[in-house]
Design a protein around this ligand. Sequence first.
Ligand SMILES: Cc1cc2nc3c(=O)[nH]c(=O)nc-3n(C[C@H](O)[C@H](O)[C@H](O)COP(=O)(O)O)c2cc1C
Length: 169
Amino acid sequence: MEILKEISERFSIRRYLNRDIDRSVIDRILEAGCIAPSAKNRQPWRFIVIQNQENKDQIMDAAYGEEFISQAGAIIAVCTTNVDYKMPNGQLSYPIDLTFAASYMVLQAQHEGLGSCIVTTYQEPVIREILTVPYSMKVVMLITIGYPDEDISVRNRTPVGSISSFEHW
Ligand SMILES: Cc1cc2nc3c(=O)[nH]c(=O)nc-3n(C[C@H](O)[C@H](O)[C@H](O)COP(=O)(O)O)c2cc1C
């Protein structure tokens, strides 16, 4: 079955080459996040790009010293601008909205020949302070991006037949 190339070739990459990412590439990744769908088109997001080595090192420290975080060419902190809005189904919209934006960005990164990894293992208040994020907002996830220095091809997933059904659970 044919699946979009970027989707089928994306893996979480945790080793990066020491190579800068062009500003135009970063801009296209941000643009991809910007055009993601969101509930009521509220776009409750702000994307902070971190490329300065000292700042990446600080983020790494707040992420329990995971080295690939400071090795990445860039880190994108995916932040909220609204934490209250609930959708008609009763669920908060921001985790879903920001996940769509992040998905679009990692797929655009893949398209640009970059690897990426979503990171949520960090001390959020510390990162908020480093990035001067307003008190009431949240850093929902980090995305590390960079030219890959590892080749992963094994996909560990529950088979589609076990996680899907038609008409009933
Ligand atoms: C919501 C979310 C949180 C994640 N948090 C982390 C994390 O903190 N550290 C990490 O190394 N990977 C993290 N990952 C990456 C997952 O471990 C990875 O997507 C999963 O093992 C599947 O592997 P794949 O991305 O290579 O297909 C996260 C992924 C998602 C979607």
